[in-house]
Design a binder for this molecule. Sequence first.
Ligand SMILES: [Zn+2]
Length: 94
Amino acid sequence: MLLIRCPHCGQRPETEFHCGGEAHIARPHAPAEMGDAAWAEFLYYRTNPRGPHAERWLHGHGCGRWFNALRDTVSDRIIETYEMGAPRPVPATA
Ligand SMILES: [Zn+2]
């Protein structure tokens, strides 16, 4: 079973977690002033990188808190987890 390190609880089984999509997406400051295309891009368009990807995760069956994880989309390995609000870590190059 895959273990994920919650920044608040430590390592826990993956079944306690839910992925919440891409991390570090800032809500626009004035959405009413945006055009439809820009609003649609904010709502629906996400990156789909091959390699490290920053994601939001919820420890739903644990502390109930959100955190971010840097996951390698090729190997499905979670490189690092960090608290919400912290900057995205730079992964070490292989
Ligand atoms: Zn937790």
